[in-house]
Each structure stands twice: as structure tokens, then as C-alpha cells.
Design a protein around this ligand. Structure first.
Ligand code: GBH
Length: 495
């Protein structure tokens, strides 16, 4: 059974739902720029300009949250809505909002960005739903991109200032923080593959540098929280790491086993190892990158996978829980760096490829093979590898493609089966899982797939001005699961 205080949640991200991309003096983000570029890298030329219009319709989102009976809701803040230039010297000064605090007779000023998130956060708390807040979900202020973005070493200090601003402003009510969502995706899809903003393609170099600065930024923010806010606010801070579960294609093959180790090191390990194990990248990863640099005659100074400076506060220990985004699994064999390849790139460095087991159905997006058992395996692996941390599954979900099915039975099955695996991980493997967040509350802007891919528990009608939200069958079934477990949960013994 699930612990009585288990977090039952759903998640969204600012750019994917808010719209209002330039409302009330919001600054431009890299996703605004990426989508507005011609030709844009997004299917159908879609953008998040309006999305679910949650900037205007946030009260409807709160209704959805309540209809599901969630205990927690995970949302992200738009950095450039709060700080249009990305820096704290400009707190959306032109979009000011005055409010009066009757208890001490003070007329206060705050930015419309602050006002927006205050409304959402206060609205959640008023209906007894705890917010989990992500500071960064892929949407860097464009002004900072123009100063080098995640490839600039200065981004860590700027992120830290933004994080402090958020802790200071919202931390009296927000007790669960995610600094950066999926640094892997930001680094690799944004700086290696160019399929995400900022659309950079510098294989084998830029992603490692971007990822490095994300780790530095995360650590700086965690240290700030720890030193300045924790004693007053008593919250927890982590970074959300995405990973497939991976296992050898041929269980007998030592080559496949080694490839699997690399596969996990290059996804989960890239970020989790520095934070939870050694303060540095997995040795397997560094060795693989260095080996290819040498083989391709690139030399090794500076190393493509950067080294952490001893003069900065460390990375090790900068997470108060493990935040995992899990969707799918792979069977792994070597491939991509066998000697024939002459291209520098992460694929060559990794020298492993993941394939889908034929028994796993693929029914939505091509990458999402249904393998719920992989989550249990991954949770067990995390317990063993990262010193038995408290774990929140901060994302898990299933996409529909093509015609909309309000009776989305495949997604119902996906959630059912996955939640059972979480229960087994808790009961049988003793993993300290503290919560589970479905991705996503709403159908939304699915990055380079635009609106063609639907992950919601609520259907959103993107052709209607009102962006009507309608609960899918999977939403009803998730609500039933939650209510069953919430009512079964024993309230804490008051003595
Ligand atoms: C999450 O990433 C994101 O946090 C969320 O914003 C997003 O909406 C959700 O997933 C659904 O996609 O097309 O073969 O290159 C999940 C991790 C890693 C899954 C990159 C898709 C691309 C595979 N993602 N992966 S491919």
C-alpha cells in the first residue's frame, strides 16, 4: 500500500500550457524565439503563443486539479515572465501591480508575473493541494541566450539569483522545488540535436558544456536554499532527471552489458552521479568521451566533458530527494562508436543503441514503448546506486496521436500498470517512493511535436477560443485510484 502522505500529483510546464507569451511585459524565452523563427523547428509551425491559455484560464486548471482529487500539482515558473531580461535588476518593472496588505497597511508593488504565480499557488493551497514548483522547464530568457545561454559559465550565477528571487517570493508556501527539469533533454536536444530550443547543433561539445553549467546552476541554487531559506521555509530542493530503464539486449553478452552501463551513465548517471555519488561524472562516461576524442584525433585539453572547479561549492549532496521522470525502457547493444564512425558526437561517445522489445506496444509517439515494469527496475536501481534516497516520480505518462479518443483505454492501462509497479517497488523492494506525478494534467504544446501529441488527463480543444478542458476516461480512472488510496490511508496517529 502507499504511505498515508503519498503525493498524488499531475504536472505541467509553463511554456507548454500558459500562452500569454508577451502578455503584461513578459520577456521572450528561447522557445518563443525558436517557434517564431522561420522555418520553425516545430511540426506544423505550431507555437506556445496561446497553448492552453493557462495564463488567462488558470482557474480552470485549478478546477481540473480538484476534479482529479490531487494532493499535489507540479507547475513550472516562466523565468522571463518574472524577470523579462533574466536578471534580477529588472523585475518586470513595467508590468507592475499594486496590492494592499490590510494587516499592516502597506501598499506593495509586485510584477504581474509574481501576481500570476501568487494567484495559482494561493489557489492551490486554498483547496489543500501542495504545489511542487519547477524553476526551469526548458524556457531560458532569450536575453540570456544572447549572452551565451547555458554554454556561458555566467549562467550559473544568473540562475542562482533567479532561484533566490523565487525562494524569497514563493518559498513561504512552496515546500517542494525542482531547480531544472531534465537537464539531459535541454542539453542534448537543444545543443546537440537542435530539435529543441535554442536549436544549436554542435555535436559532442555544446551539450556537455550546457549540461555542466546546468549542474553548476542547480548546485548554486541548492546551496543558496540551504544557507538562506531552509531554516525559515523548511522545504526540499532537487533536480528532475529523466531516464529510460535499460537492460542488455542479450542477457548473456558482456558487450551488451557494458553498452547498457554506458547507456545508463549517459542519461541518469550524467546528472545523478555528480549530485548523489561523487561530485563528478561517472567514470564510464568520462572514459568513453575521452576515448573518442583520442580516436578522432581531437586532443583532450580542454576535455569535452568539462571538469568541476575545486573553487566552487560542490555538486555532491545537492539534492534533498531524487526526482525521476520515467516514460519507457530500452534493450541495449553496442553501436554508434565502433570505429567506422568519424563524426564527433554523443552518439559516437555513447557507443550504445537502445531498441524496443517487440512485446512492448508502441501506440502513441514512436519513442514511447509501453514497459511499466521498467519503472520498478529503475526505482530499485536508484535505491541501490544512489544510497536509498527519497524518490518522487515527477513525471510519467502516455501519449495519444491521431484521432482523439475520449475513451483512452490504452492510457488507462498504462497508468494502471505503472502505478502497480510503483506499489511493488515500495512494498517488495523497499524503495522510499514519496509521490507520483502524471504527465500531464492537460493536453499541451508537446515541444517539437506541437499539438499533434496529446499527453493530458484532460482533453484541451485547441480550436476553441475557450480552450475547453474535458476529462478523459484516464482522468476518471486516475481520480478513482487516488480516491481509493486516499480514503484507505490511515491518518497519522495523533499521539
Ligand atoms: C518529458 O520529457 C518533458 O519533461 C515534458 O515536457 C514532455 O512534455 C514529456 O516528456 C512528454 O514528451 O523523439 O526519439 O528523439 C521526457 C523525456 C526525452 C522523451 C527525449 C522523448 C525524445 C526521443 N523525453 N525523448 S526522440
Amino acid at each position: 500500500m502507499f504511505p498515508h502522505d503519498f503525493a498524488w500529483g499531475a504536472a505541467t510546464a509553463a511554456y507548454q500550457v500558459e500562452g500569454g507569451w508577451d502578455a503584461d511585459h513578459k520577456g521572450e524565452s528561447i522557445w518563443d524565439a525558436f517557434c517564431h523563427r522561420e522555418p520553425s523547428g516545430v511540426l506544423g509551425g505550431h507555437s506556445g503563443d496561446v497553448a492552453c491559455d493557462s495564463y488567462r484560464l488558470w482557474e480552470q486548471d485549478l478546477r481540473c486539479v480538484r476534479d482529479l482529487g490531487l494532493t499535489h500539482y507540479r507547475l513550472s515558473l516562466s523565468w522571463s515572465r518574472l524577470l523579462p531580461h533574466g536578471t534580477t535588476d529588472h523585475v518586470n518593472q513595467t508590468g507592475l501591480w499594486y496590492y494592499y496588505t490590510p494587516h499592516n497597511n502597506v501598499l506593495r508593488l509586485c510584477s504581474t508575473g509574481v501576481r500570476y504565480y501568487n494567484q495559482v499557488i494561493n489557489g492551490l493551497i486554498a483547496c489543500n493541494v501542495a504545489p511542487m514548483v519547477t524553476l526551469y522547464h526548458f524556457d531560458l530568457p532569450q536575453a540570456l541566450q544572447e549572452r551565451g545561454g547555458w554554454q556561458s559559465p555566467h549562467v550559473a550565477t544568473l540562475f542562482d539569483a533567479y532561484a533566490r528571487f523565487c525562494f524569497q517570493t514563493f518559498g513561504d508556501r512552496v515546500k517542494l522545488w525542482i531547480t531544472i527539469n531534465e537537464p539531459y533533454v535541454c542539453a542534448k536536444l537543444g545543443h546537440e540535436d537542435a530539435v529543441h530550443a535554442p536549436g544549436i547543433r554542435q555535436p559532442g561539445v555544446a551539450a556537455y558544456l550546457a549540461g555542466h553549467n546546468m549542474l553548476r546552476a542547480h548546485a548554486a541554487a541548492w546551496h543558496s536554499y540551504d544557507a538562506i531559506y531552509r531554516s525559515k521555509q523548511g522545504g526540499l530542493v532537487s533536480m528532475a532527471i529523466n531516464s529510460d530503464w535499460a537492460e542488455p539486449l542479450d542477457p548473456e553478452s558482456t558487450e551488451d552489458a557494458a553498452a547498457t552501463e554506458r547507456y545508463l551513465a549517459f542519461t541518469l548517471g550524467w546528472f545523478a552521479w555528480p549530485v548523489f555519488v561523487t561530485g563528478d561524472y561517472p567514470e564510464v562516461m568520462r572514459a568513453a568521451v575521452d576515448r573518442q576524442s583520442e580516436r578522432l584525433g581531437r586532443g583532450n585539453s580542454p576535455p569535452r566533458l568539462p571538469r568541476f572547479s575545486k573553487d566552487e561549492p560542490g555538486i555532491l549532496g545537492t539534492a534533498d530527494f531524487f526526482a525521476l521522470n520515467y516514460y519507457t525502457s530500452r534493450k541495449v547493444r553496442p553501436g554508434g562508436g565502433r570505429g567506422g564512425e568519424t563524426l564527433l558526437g554523443m552518439k559516437t561517445d555513447l557507443d550504445a543503441e537502445g531498441v524496443v522489445d517487440p512485446s512492448w506496444p508502441v501506440c502513441g509517439v514512436p519513442w514511447l514503448a509501453v514497459a511499466p515494469y521498467g519503472l520498478r527496475k529503475l526505482l530499485k536501481y536508484i535505491k541501490a546506486t544512489f544510497n536509498h534516497p527519497a524518490v518522487y516520480v515527477t513525471e510519467n505518462g502516455f501519449a495519444q496521436m491521431g484521432p482523439v479518443l475520449m475513451d483512452d483505454i490504452q492510457r488507462c492501462g498504462y497508468y494502471q500498470d505503472t502505478i502497480v509497479e510503483v506499489a511493488k517497488a515500495i512494498e517488495e523492494d523497499g524503495v522510499n517512493v514519496r509521490g507520483y506525478f502524471a504527465w500531464s494534467l492537460l493536453d499541451n504544446f508537446e515541444w517539437s511535436d506541437g499539438y499533434s501529441v496529446r499527453f493530458g488527463l484532460f482533453h484541451v480543444d485547441f480550436s476553441a477560443g475557450e480552450r475547453t478542458r474535458t476529462m478523459y476516461r484516464s482522468g476518471r480512472e486516475y481520480a478513482q485510484i487516488i480516491s481509493k488510496h486516499r480514503s484507505r490511508a490511515q491518518p497519522e496517529n495523533p499521539s
